[in-house]
Design a protein around this ligand. Structure first.
Ligand code: NAP
Length: 297
C-alpha cells in the first residue's frame, strides 16, 4: 500500500513509518523541517516538508495515498478535518493517534481502582474535551465513507526507530540526571497503562489491514505505578531512593499539562478490541524490565 504518515520524523510516526517500510509498504512522510528529509530517506521513507495547518498539502497527500496515519499530534483538529475531507467517500483507512490522558484524573500522584474500557469512556475533563472531540470526529468519519479508527495509546516506552524521545519516561530521566534525584509527582502511587513502541508498531500494521470503520482501540499491554517506575530508574542510574514532589514543584519543572496529566494522573485502561478483532499479541518486555535492562543503551 501507499501510506501517508504525518509526524514521520517523530517518535511514534518514525517508528510506524520504518515498520511499514519493513513490511513492504511505500511510505510518504510529513516532516516539519527540511533537514529531517535525510533521516527519513535512511529509513526508506519519502519525505514531504510541511505543517499540519497546510490543508491543501494534507488533502493532496491523503488523496494520493491508499491510507493515512496521523501520528504528528493528538490535538490538531484542523489536520484531522483536512484528512477526513480528503478521504470522504473513498473507503480508505485513516488511523488517528490519540492518547489515554483522555481518561486522566489529575490525582496529584494518588492511586485509583478505576479502570476504563473501550465501550465505557467517561465524559472528558475540561482539559481533555478538545482531544476527545477530535477522536469523536475521527470515529464519525466512518459515516462519511472513511475506514477511520482511533488508536488511543498509553505510556509508550522503548527506543523508537529514530533518535526521538517518547513523552513521559524521558522527562523523568532528564530531571533525574540534572538534579541527581529521581522524582515523581506527589507520592507516585498513580498508575498508568503502558506499551512498548515495537508492539505499538505491530498494532498499527494490523489495523491498517483489518480495522473496522469507526473503531476505538486502547493500546496497552500492562500497567505500573510511577513510584515503581521511578524506583527502577533510580536503580538504573545508581541513584538513591526516588522522592516525592509536590504538584506545584512538578509543574515548575514539567509544566501544567505534563505534571497534572502525563506524570501526575492515573490512566488505567484495558484494550480488548486490538486483541480480539485484530489478533494483536504484544510480547515485548514489561516496562520495569525495559527500564532495568534496555533504557540506558
Ligand atoms: N509517546 C507517547 O507515549 C504518546 C502516547 C500517547 C499519545 N501520544 C501523542 O501522540 C503524538 C505524537 O507523539 P510522539 O511521542 O511521537 O511525539 P514526537 O516525537 O514529538 O513526534 C511528533 C512529530 O510530529 C511533528 N509535528 C508536530 N506538530 C506538527 C505540525 N503542526 N506540523 C507538522 N509536523 C508536526 C513533530 O515535528 P518536529 O520534529 O518538528 O518536532 C514530530 O516530528 C503527540 O500528540 C503525543 O501527545 C504520545
Amino acid at each position: 500500500m501507499k501510506v501517508f504518515v504525518t509526524g514521520a520524523a517523530g517518535f511514534i510516526g518514525g517508528s510506524i513509518a520504518a515498520g511499514l517500510v519493513r513490511a513492504g509498504h511505500q511510505v510518504t512522510g510529513l516532516a516539519r523541517k527540511p533537514e529531517q528529509l535525510e533521516e527519513l530517506a535512511k529509513i526508506g521513507v519519502t519525505g514531504v516538508v510541511g505543517a499540519l495547518n497546510d490543508r491543501d498539502l494534507l488533502i493532496a497527500q491523503a488523496q494520493a495515498a491508499d491510507a493515512v496515519i496521523n501520528a504528528a499530534s493528538s490535538d490538531n483538529r484542523a489536520a484531522v478535518v483536512a484528512i477526513v475531507d480528503a478521504l470522504s467517500g473513498s473507503g480508505k483507512v485513516f488511523l488517528h493517534t490519540s492518547g489515554s490522558s483522555i481518561v486522566g484524573d489529575a490525582s496529584g500522584g494518588e492511586g485509583t481502582d478505576h479502570i476504563y474500557f473501550e465501550d465505557q469512556l467517561p465524559a472528558p475533563t475540561a482539559d481533555k474535551a478538545a482531544r476527545v472531540a477530535i477522536d469523536e470526529l475521527v470515529l464519525a468519519a466512518a459515516g462519511r465513507g472513511v475506514r477511520s479508527a482511533v488508536l488511543c495509546n498509553t505510556l509508550i516506552y522503548g527506543h523508537g526507530a529514530l533518535p526521538r524521545d517518547s513523552v513521559q519516561l524521558p522527562r523523568l530521566l532528564k530531571q533525574a540526571r540534572k538534579s541527581g534525584i529521581v522524582r515523581h509527582v506527589g507520592r507516585g502511587l498513580n498508575i498508568w497503562s503502558n506499551v512498548h513502541i515495537d508492539d505499538v508498531v505491530d498494532l498499527y500494521l494490523l489495523a491498517l489491514e483489518k480495522t473496522e470503520a469507526g473503531a476505538f482501540y486502547f493500546v496497552e499491554s500492562g500497567e505500573a505505578t510511577f513510584r515503581d517506575m521511578t524506583a527502577a530508574i533510580a536503580r538504573a542510574l545508581n541513584l538513591g531512593e526516588p522522592q516525592d514532589w509536590s504538584l506545584e514543584q512538578a509543574r515548575e519543572e514539567w509544566g501544567y499539562e505534563m505534571a497534572s496529566y502525563g506524570l501526575g494522573s492515573n490512566s488505567r485502561v484495558r484494550g480488548q478490541r486490538a486483541r480480539t478483532q485484530l489478533g494483536w499479541q504484544p510480547h515485548r518486555p514489561p516496562v520495569l524490565d525495559w527500564i532495568a535492562g534496555d533504557m540506558l543503551r
